[in-house]
Design a protein around this ligand. Structure first.
Ligand code: PLP
Length: 444
């Protein structure tokens, strides 16, 4: 039994925590017991400002009554119904609502929606749809999937194969043939940039190199996060995504944007696809889809991709799906979430705040050992110099210190990432910068 002093706290032993240093955590736990608006309540009663929208997912803030009421209503009406060879109206209604705001607008035609239960499942689903599409159009030799170094696409075998984080890959075998573009992080040329960096569009030509190496006829799809979140907020250089799109088009390679983080208003437009004006063939989503309340993911497929798979012999067109694809409770939560986004203008609110956000974050320049700051929409990555003997420790210390002083941040290596709910007020942005700045000073 873990000896935990807090009353009413269960033993911490049984829950094997994900992506967590379990022994470290259980020795000094950080527990959240309630949440409302921009704040969590910790188990000692302290209020903690949510600088990370939970895990990049609570875009409309916490404790939204409309979502709770919709979930409760749905549970009482239809708790579950299968979507294999059966259907229920809520799933169709939610898909239709999503189609109305689909990435890239009506012209992009990314309005066919496949439901999953998480970002990882959305990624694996998108990769499988890409492979099935290539086969359906007579391009069955295209089985290779291209990702990018420092990419994070969840933890399924597809996702880790195209992902580019060594710790997530080291112990596990990967899909044969997966290969990677170089990442776009180039602090030597792009340090302390607000918005998109000037340098690095040519890094997209790496895809051309892989085409020369493997042959275009072996490549099904290329997947990237428009803004890489989990590896420390890597913002695409100007022109990079456009160039990637162009190379994919020229070589018959499907382009997949993983918008699990960037979707639903994070950058100041509904999707990164809209923000950058570059239209992929498939878009993955999750997180903000239900405001983080009920696990759910989705893949937006272009009509071209979808329709190609509807032309075969009559019968099941895609042998893929989950028991909970289009779960009624998740769909009800999703519809209520979209209502809030629309009523409160949250899918574009980050655009109004992004200048103030960037100014507050870039004010941290000059604090001790801050080597880079990157901002876009309502996202920031603040990079610290690593301690020579303990990479990652300095940012971890900052994270722990911030939490103790009432601010939730997220760290990856020595990079601190902030991505608050899109309801954040200017005063709270200033508060985040102040708490973080002091913690950085203390961790020097
Ligand atoms: N793709 C991206 C870009 C993500 O950031 C994440 C999670 O952070 C995922 C996929 C995986 O999502 P999930 O944890 O819901 O499986």
């Amino acid at each position: 039994m873990t000896d935990h002093p807090l009353r009413n706290t269960p033993s911490l032993d049984a829950f094997w925590m994900p992506f967590t240093a379990n022994r470290q955590f259980k020795a000094a736990p950080r527990l959240l017991v309630a949440a409302q608006g921009m704040h969590y309540t910790a188990d000692d009663g302290r209020s903690v400002l949510d600088g990370t929208a939970g895990l990049w997912c609570v875009n409309a803030g916490h404790g939204r009554r409309g979502i709770a009421a919709a979930v409760e209503r749905q549970l009482a009406t239809l708790d579950f119904a299968p979507t294999f060879q059966m259907g229920h109206p809520v799933a169709f209604a939610f898909a239709e609502r999503l189609a109305e705001i689909a990435p890239g607008g009506p012209e992009a035609g990314l309005d066919r929606v496949f439901f999953t239960n998480s970002g990882s499942e959305s990624v694996d689903t998108a990769l499988k749809i890409a492979l099935a599409y290539q086969r359906a159009i007579g391009q069955g030799t295209r089985t290779r999937l291209i990702g990018r170094e420092r990419g994070y696409h969840g933890v399924g075998f597809g996702g880790i194969s195209v992902g580019g984080i060594v710790s997530n890959r080291r112990v596990f075998p990967q899909l044969p043939g997966a290969d990677h573009l170089r990442h776009t992080h180039d602090p030597a040329r792009n340090r302390f940039v607000k918005g998109q960096p000037e340098h690095g569009a040519e890094l997209a030509d790496d895809l051309e190199r892989l085409v020369q190496l493997h042959g275009a006829e072996t490549i099904a799809a290329c997947i990237v996060e428009p803004v890489a979140g989990s590896t420390g907020v890597l913002i695409p250089p100007k022109g990079y995504l456009e160039r990637l799109r162009d190379i994919c088009t020229r070589h018959g390679i499907l382009l997949i944007f993983d918008e699990v983080i960037s979707g639903f208003g994070r950058l100041g437009a509904p999707f990164a696809t809209d923000f950058f004006g570059v239209v992929p063939d498939l878009v993955t989503a999750a997180k903000g889809l239900t405001n983080g309340t009920v696990p759910m993911g989705a893949v937006f497929a272009s009509r071209t991709v979808h329709d190609a798979l509807m032309r075969g012999p009559d019968g099941i067109e895609l042998f893929h799906g989950y028991t909970y694809s289009g779960h009624p409770i998740a769909c009800a939560a999703g519809i209520a979430t979209l209502d809030i986004y629309r009523e409160e203008g949250l899918l574009t609110r980050a655009a109004d705040l992004s200048d103030d956000w960037a100014a507050a974050m870039h004010d941290l320049r000059g604090r001790k050992r801050v080597t880079d700051i990157r901002t876009l929409g309502l996202v920031a990555g603040i990079e610290l110099e690593s301690r020579p003997d303990a990479p990652g420790q300095r940012a971890y210390d900052v994270f722990v210190d911030c939490f103790a002083r009432g601010l939730l941040t997220r760290v990856t290596g020595d990079i601190i990432a902030l991505s608050p709910p899109l309801i954040v007020e200017r005063g709270q942005i200033a508060e985040m910068a102040a708490v973080l700045g002091d913690a950085i000073d203390r961790a020097a």
